[in-house]
Design a protein around this ligand. Sequence first.
Ligand SMILES: Nc1ncnc2c1ncn2[C@@H]1O[C@H](COP(=O)(O)OP(=O)(O)OP(=O)(O)O)[C@@H](O)[C@H]1O
Ligand SMILES: [Mg+2]
Length: 255
Amino acid sequence: MSQAFLEVKELTKKFGGLTAVNDVSFSMERHQIIGLIGPNGAGKTTLLRLMTGILKPDTGSVRFMGQEMAGKKTWDIVNKGMVSTFQNMRPFRRLPIIANVMVACLCPRALKRGEWVKKIEAKAMDALEFAGISDMAKENASVLSQGDLKRLEVARAIATEPELLLLDEPFGGLSPAETDLMAKSIKRLHKGGRFGRLHSEGPAMIIVEHKLQWLMMIATRIIVLSFGTVIADGPPEEIIKNPTVVEAYLGQGGN
Ligand SMILES: Nc1ncnc2c1ncn2[C@@H]1O[C@H](COP(=O)(O)OP(=O)(O)OP(=O)(O)O)[C@@H](O)[C@H]1O
Ligand SMILES: [Mg+2]
């Protein structure tokens, strides 16, 4: 039997009396783009943080490409090929934007033998170009708007050349026109091969988003969390008609 690309099993995380992630299990294939949705506070960000080693689960496992990731250090998980962007962005504000991405290029899996500063700079530029902020590369990250910080996050993540890219609200703070552009870029990235030396094969993705109309155009499968539990998992066209999902959203004032 071939091993799953990603297998999350019975993952649980409590914060005091609150169960933020409650017995979550799912697996995914290398070619998929999963949309992870659910009302505010459903546990989406916590789930990504458990997968990328920022938080340690109370119980459960995260098997990625045949290895256990739960409880490992974030650096080791990135180096294995799973990387996440953050809902709350924290760039090195006093460094130029391009330097923020060059730091990510220093990840050993992205840093091939014999690559020196010029090559790293070119690679960082590719990532910035993909994210749509290459014209600002030399300015300090402190000048970036909310939307542009989002783009920097994406550039930093793809510069590590991930196998699995986790995006936490990539459309957050973007205007409708910017959201369109980002959605197209994400689709192209998944197809692979378009961004300079980056990604001959595009990464698998898990995308957390509240902007469902855009997410539904990208994702091939949707997982719905509510109060830390998976309440639905299936193709987008089925999920939007699912009464339990509609109820979970309407119960919280809708989205
Ligand atoms: N470090 C923490 N300490 C205590 N409680 C936390 C912590 N992180 C998250 N929580 C709580 O866990 C629950 C899930 O939060 P989480 O941020 O994962 O939700 P989310 O689905 O990402 O929500 P949103 O859509 O608003 O980003 C919330 O009730 C939140 O208040
Ligand atoms: Mg969140």
